[in-house]
Design a protein around this ligand. Structure first.
Ligand code: FES
Length: 357
């Protein structure tokens, strides 16, 4: 039985009998006896729009003007997208494009928000109510009451009656997503089939394989058994505009296995060189770089969603969401011993989606 260390009193008895009651030992009462009484609602003060019809009309005008302003903001963003296009290699064009599209979208969103808040505070019915908690599924009466409440809300908010506000709000909500349509369209190539862009990379017959990022060409003798290299085409470093786009398509992983460990179909027998194989580094799931090589199991792992590819078997998928093997780059060795590509990839690199032309 628990005892108070100082007084020797039986604490169990004291707690159970005196909690929240007169006479509880100091420090053991857990219920506050003088809790603040529910003060209720403060006296209701009608708003100026409840008392003054001209103030009400003014508030209504303010609300629909804000919604119309939102439409103007959305249209402004679309026009800004066309008038201030992003021009490659011109940072100022990016700045202007972002500035004016941002201003338009800010105006569009802010005006809808302020208009909705003002509508609620100044024009919708101003009465306070208490909602008791109840089971999640209401009784039939409650459900009928809910329908009534919707009806009342319609009447009280005036959305059916105040047609200018309603229509301007609908217009603003329809117009607001439109800038997103043109912005997302702008992310894609403007005049080319995106699938066609992925059908070709920088690799072509005779291009040397070079170390990423230095661009140093790789000799076959540099690639020791079990090693893996991150590879780019020689000359990529010299590209000006579009270097990153080209690298995103042409990146390759180079590995050396024992030649007897590699299972090559007859038509791809000469795509490797003395156990050295090269595969696209772009995951066929959604395009992350397949950056991890497990040399004991000859497995490539994509860290994004854990797709695994078996290097000994044409990089076929052995685990994960990827749907097709990593494309192989046919390689050979030139007269100086450097590794070179025999051709471009023979299939599109990257996500399988792009195969569906
Ligand atoms: S992108 Fe590689 S597994 Fe998803």
């Amino acid at each position: 039985m628990a005892k108070d260390d100082n007084s020797g009193k039986d604490l169990t008895a004291a707690d159970s009998s005196s909690v929240g009651h007169e006479g509880a030992p100091a420090g053991t009462a857990v219920v506050v006896r003088d809790a603040v009484a529910n003060p209720g609602f403060p006296p209701h003060r009608p708003r100026v729009t409840d008392l003054n019809p001209s103030a009400e009309r003014r508030a209504e005008r303010t609300v629909y003007t804000l919604f119309y302003l939102s439409i103007v903001g959305s249209v402004f963003a679309i026009v800004a997208y066309m008038v201030f296009p992003i021009i490659p290699e011109e940072p100022d064009s990016v700045r202007l494009n972002n500035l004016f599209i941002g201003l338009g979208l800010t105006l569009a969103l802010l005006a809808i928000g302020i208009g909705a808040v003002h509508w609620g505070k100044a024009l919708m019915f101003d009465h306070e109510g208490v909602d008791e908690r109840h089971p999640v599924r209401g009784s039939d009466e409650t459900r009928e009451r809910a329908v009534e409440i919707f009806h009342e809300a319609n009447v009280e908010s005036g959305i059916g009656r105040r047609t200018l506000i309603r229509n301007s709000l609908i217009g603003a909500l329809i117009a607001f997503p439109l800038p997103a349509v043109v912005l997302f369209r702008g992310l894609g190539p403007q005049d080319t089939n995106p699938a066609a862009l992925l059908e070709h990379t920088m690799w072509k017959k005779g291009t040397r394989l070079a170390i990423d990022p230095t661009g140093t060409p790789i000799k076959a003798s540099d690639v020791t058994l079990g090693s893996a290299f991150h590879v780019i085409p020689e000359g990529l470093q010299d590209l000006g505009h579009g270097k990153l786009e080209e690298k995103a398509k042409a990146a390759v992983l180079l590995m050396r296995l024992k030649p007897e460990d590699i299972n090559e179909p007859a038509d791809k027998k000469d795509w490797s060189y003395d156990g050295i194989v090269a595969y696209s580094k772009i995951c066929t799931h959604v395009g992350c770089p397949v950056a991890l090589y497990e040399q004991q199991t000859h497995t490539l792992l994509c860290p994004c969603h854990q797709s695994q590819f078996d290097v000994t078997n044409q990089c076929e998928v052995i685990f994960g969401p990827a749907k097709r093997p990593l494309p192989q780059l046919p390689i050979a060795v030139d007269s100086e011993g450097y590794l070179i590509a025999q051709s471009d990839f023979t299939e599109p690199v990257g996500p399988s989606f792009w195969e569906r032309n």
